[in-house]
Design a protein around this ligand. Structure first.
Ligand code: NAD
Length: 342
């Protein structure tokens, strides 16, 4: 017997909502029911584009019985309120990165989903890039030995119009900061997923080129709980922007990913050939150079997590880690000292 498709609703109908709609449409186990924007015209426009119902009033949207999962595509500093409304209505929550813009708001969000007994999944689609999955498998199987050093470099560029055309990007209230929390967070999430939790961080961030509240250049030195060390560099002022890199060094070798693709695979006992597979792109200079198939993977994972009553690939606690680390980098930069993470 065919399993019933899970109904999805999307709240927030800006740039990323289109990828969610494409992914939900492409997934055999999900169906897009409605979209919600507080601006009626925008809701109608998105609904027409995606061939679904439009809501501009939250009550109506969250009351829809056919919606099992709400995909939250509002700006980063406005994930909490729709998540609480969804959880209260008994809907599972699939949120865009970063989970929120402060640890207090993230904790409130996680607690609301927990107490309502709904699943909370957070989009970090680069976790599903084939090159990253191969690196993770090699680390889990001990092929790199004890990990010593991990570096994440997200040295990107955004044109000034990227910020001037948005009401929230680069603002503290809407974005939580800028280059690290918005763009860098993807690779920082991967760094933590591979290297384990951070114990302490020393960071410096600056606003050097753009007219924004948040940083457009940043660097940090991390002590991981495992004893390994790491670095992060990031920016949106680093013209013209290079593909992001993740470098992982262990006792038995190292692996380097560029935009999720393996460019170095130097592991003791390997043949010297690069494992090759590629999906997705890099947002080095183009914010929307993203492949919807990775979002599709997370939509499918969310459906499976609900059906199997397990945690999604990236749950609230996982997503909180990259947020807490980035906010600690900001704090370190303000206070000029190393910050411990608890
Ligand atoms: N996974 C990725 O690679 C990726 C890429 C881009 C953006 N994002 C994330 O997606 C989120 C949205 O980014 P975007 O670029 O689509 O932003 P955007 O500004 O294009 O869209 C945000 C939309 O949310 C709507 N909105 C705001 N408050 C609302 C409310 N209370 N109710 C209903 N709608 C509301 C706005 O009207 C706007 O249409 C951010 O958290 C961002 O970090 C993720």
């Amino acid at each position: 017997m065919d399993k019933k498709k899970l109904g999805f609703g999307i709240i927030g109908t800006g740039a990323i909502a289109g990828l969610h709609a494409a992914a939900i449409h492409a997934c055999e186990d999900s169906e897009l029911i409605a979209v919600c924007s507080t601006t009626e015209a925008r809701a109608k426009e998105a609904a027409k584009k995606f061939g679904v119902s439009a809501d501009h009033e939250w009550e109506r949207f969250f009351e829809r019985k056919e919606i099992d999962v709400v995909a939250i595509c509002t700006h980063s500093g406005n994930h909490l309120e729709p998540a609480i409304a969804a959880a209260k209505a008994g809907k599972h929550v699939l949120l865009e990165k970063p989970i929120e813009v402060s640890v207090t708001r993230a904790d409130e969000l996680i607690a609301a989903c927990k107490s309502a007994g709904v699943k909370l999944g957070v989009i970090f689609q680069n976790r599903l890039k084939p090159g990253y999955l191969q690196l993770k498998e090699a680390v889990q199987n001990g092929r790199l030995g004890k990990l010593l050093l991990g570096t994440a470099a997200i040295n990107w560029y955004r044109d000034p119009s990227y910020y001037s055309s948005s009401s929230w990007k680069g603002t503290i209230a809407g974005d939580g900061g800028a280059a690290l929390i918005n763009q860098g967070v993807h690779t920082i999430d991967l760094l933590l997923d591979i290297m384990g939790d951070a114990a302490a961080v020393f960071g410096q961030v600056r606003t050097m080129v753009h007219d924004i509240e948040g940083e457009d250049v940043g660097a940090a030195l991390i002590n991981f709980k495992s004893g390994a060390i790491g670095t992060i560099t990031g920016g949106t002022a680093l013209y013209p922007g290079n593909p992001e890199r993740l470098e992982v060094y262990g006792e038995k070798g190292n692996v380097i990913l560029e935009a999720g693709k393996i460019v170095t695979w130097n592991i003791t006992g390997s043949t010297g050939e690069l494992p090759t597979s590629e999906i997705g792109g890099s947002g080095a200079s183009d914010p929307m150079a993203i492949d919807y198939r990775l979002h599709l993977g997370q939509v499918q994972d969310m459906v499976d997590a609900i059906r199997e009553n397990r945690e999604p690939l990236v749950n609230g606690e996982d997503a909180r880690k990259s947020l807490a680390l980035i906010l600690a980098i900001y704090q370190s930069s303000r206070e000029g000292k190393q910050i411990s993470l608890h």
